[in-house]
Design a protein around this ligand. Sequence first.
Ligand SMILES: Nc1ncnc2c1ncn2[C@@H]1O[C@H](COP(=O)(O)OP(=O)(O)OP(=O)(O)O)[C@@H](O)[C@H]1O
Ligand SMILES: [Mg+2]
Length: 339
Amino acid sequence: MPSSVMPTSSNITSAAIAAQGLRKAYGDKTVLDGIDLRIPAGSVFALLGPNGAGKTTAVKILSTLISADDGQAQVGGHDLATDPQAVRAAIGVTGQFSAVDGLITGEENMLLMADLHHLPRDEGRKVAAELLERFDLTDAAKKPASTYSGGMKRRLDLAMTLVGNPRIIFLDEPTTGLDPRSRHNMWGIIRGLVADGVTVFLTTQYLEEADELADRIAVLNDGKLVAEGSAEELKRLIPGGHVRLRFTDPDAYQSAATALREVTRDDEALALQIPSDGSQRELRSTLDWLDSLGIEADELTVHTPDLDDVFFALTGPTSGTSPAYHPANTTDSPKENAR
Ligand SMILES: Nc1ncnc2c1ncn2[C@@H]1O[C@H](COP(=O)(O)OP(=O)(O)OP(=O)(O)O)[C@@H](O)[C@H]1O
Ligand SMILES: [Mg+2]
């Protein structure tokens, strides 16, 4: 084990993960085009991006599985290029695709990991039993992992990652394919890790997941980080708060649309949208204004931008211009109706 790790500046060491100008291309396709990151120890960082954005590539580079073409990074205070062994010793990785071997039991999978970490046999058994218990897998421990449900496999995957007690873990889409209950269970597990001081680097397709878990969120598109901040900061980046008025009577709708003029119309749904920041003050003045015009809608809903809006606004081939991600079009989503 190398003991001559150069002490880096305190600025870098207080970050669990730091990267400058990371680049990666496959052939002439640039996947990462200069990525800078700074993730404080003990925090949760979520990397968002559409399919093929380069999330897994970033995880693979930072976890030493592949090398970057350019740029540098430090993980756990160790340089990726000069000290990959020390990086590997500091981290745990739960890949996008399961590392679980289905032919052997959950317990055997765990013991295999203990062997890989060179834990003495007794210690390995103890750690395996503790983690199986913690992830509610004790009853299934002696069954072949191929018989596990998707959620159980994902829990086993994460339990295996934790065998070496890593202080920094990478979770590449930890809850993809899990039902809502299993997803919430996984969130609880991740929060538990964070409470223990573990730094979590997570990728996800679920904006709600980033919203729930992450201290900082970065959005990857076209090889670049197009936005970074807390969920609240990202939501503030885009406009889109509005009050939506829905009418059942086409005549009432028409006269309201004529009276309000500047609003966004949805003639099919007989709905009008008035920009609003969702604050009580603005809501009151909007209602007063409607009253003064004698407009009475059959239904009034307040829409504040969510991370979905941010995602659509920042990612995709036409990001920033297409009306498709104007929040005007999100109000009818099944998600909203299901609330
Ligand atoms: N070994 C490889 N050889 C060639 N191209 C690759 C290789 N690995 C990844 N790519 C390409 O790099 C791009 C980014 O892939 P990556 O797996 O990092 O995306 P992702 O953001 O994780 O996507 P997803 O959400 O679907 O998991 C894709 O266009 C992919 O086809
Ligand atoms: Mg991926």
